[in-house]
Design a protein around this ligand. Structure first.
Ligand SMILES: Nc1ncnc2c1ncn2[C@@H]1O[C@H](COP(=O)(O)OP(=O)(O)OP(=O)(O)O)[C@@H](O)[C@H]1O
Ligand SMILES: [Mg+2]
Length: 329
């Protein structure tokens, strides 16, 4: 059975006198044990999607349309009690910049054990600490460091502890929001290795969020590329990396290639076009390409006509009607 099914999800934030659409008509699904990566620039709506899956959106946010089904149940129709049974036990999240939120005056293994005890109040503290120790070994925290305080940990060690905390209740789905962004490149590689190993060992499904397509490509089976609140391309990792179709995906990949590789050219940003900030209220506007201001392949057709999804394979789709030629070039 599909673990997670998100259909036509749109989310808005109320600001003083207006509503900004942060997530626009997003659909995707996730099978048990699979990893789906969301990649896109800052403000493209990645965290908003992640938070919505756990019903943790801020006060001024609202789901404008669509549905989120987890194990076949509509997350937004669940009672508080049913929601509590899912949060952390079935869906856990590593929050963006979470490692700064560790309690500075409590030993790290106790913090993680406490997270387990909150959800399993009948468990003894000893068992909770034993389970924590086991998990710490899996994420690479040596035994002599289990009972340290956060200030004694490096950034990489803190992130290992945060990963352990998210996994302590053995969730079916882990949402990891930029889990390596604050780390230097060597430590980032180590943490990605831990995440890959755990994903395989525990067969856990994962939504992995990053602005860095090379990081996403390192850990994900499937990739969804976001721009301006929309998924603009989605497919299997090999399809996105080898035959990227959307001009924005090609731009993201080009920025990850070495300067000596000329297979992709960086698109020119059309500075003269005004920023594409979309407000609610116009259905027609919502169907327009969100990348239109920055696309070097733009035609008059792009600006005048609502976009439709183009299906490139059973798993690869692109929200651009101006795709032509050989996608491998
Ligand atoms: N609480 C809020 N109130 C109003 N607007 C918000 C709020 N949170 C996010 N937004 C806006 O919603 C849009 C999407 O934000 P979101 O944090 O989901 O993006 P993101 O892709 O996670 O970005 P980043 O890579 O910087 O983490 C942005 O335009 C952001 O400014
Ligand atoms: Mg974010």
């Amino acid at each position: 059975m599909t673990l997670l099914d998100v259909s036509n999800l749109s989310i808005g934030y109320r600001l003083r006198d207006r509503l900004i659409k942060a997530v626009d008509s997003v659909s995707f699904s996730l099978e048990p044990g699979k990893t789906l990566g969301f990649v896109g620039e800052s403000g493209s709506g990645k965290t908003t999607i992640g938070m919505s899956l756990l019903r943790l959106l801020p006060e001024n946010a609202s789901v404008l349309s669509g549905s989120i089904r987890f194990e076949g149940r509509d997350v937004y129709s669940l009672s508080d009690e049913s929601l509590r049974a899912i949060r952390w036990k079935k869906i856990a999240m590593i929050f963006q910049a979470a490692m700064n939120a560790l309690n500075p005056v409590q030993r790290i293994n106790e913090q993680v054990a406490e997270a387990l005890l909150i959800h399993h109040p009948k468990m003894s503290k000893r068992d909770a600490l034993a389970r924590t120790a086991q998990l710490f070994e899996s994420v690479g925290i040596p035994e002599n460091r289990h009972a340290d305080y956060p200030h004694q940990y490096s950034g990489g060690m803190k992130q290992r502890a945060i990963i352990a905390m998210a996994l302590i209740c053995q969730p079916l789905l882990l949402i990891a929001d930029e889990p390596t962004t604050a780390l230097d490149v060597i430590v980032q590689g180590q943490i990605l290795k831990v995440i890959r190993a755990i994903q395989q060992e525990m067969a856990i499904a994962m939504i992995f969020i990053s602005h860095d397509i090379s990081v996403v490509a390192d850990v994900c089976h499937d990739i969804a590329v976001m721009y301006g609140g929309r998924i603009i391309e989605a497919g299997q990792r090999s399809e996105i990396l080898e035959t990227p179709a959307h001009p924005y995906t090609r731009m993201l990949l080009a920025s990850n290639l070495t300067l000596s590789d000329h297979s992709f050219d960086m698109p020119t940003v059309h500075q003269s076009r005004k920023a594409n900030i979309r407000h609610l209220g116009s259905t027609k506007e919502n169907d327009m390409c969100p990348f239109v201001c920055h696309c070097r392949q733009i035609t008059d057709h792009c600006q005048a006509t609502p976009q439709k999804w183009m299906v490139l394979s059973s798993s690869h789709r692109v929200f651009c009607n101006n795709i032509a030629g050989d996608l491998t070039k």
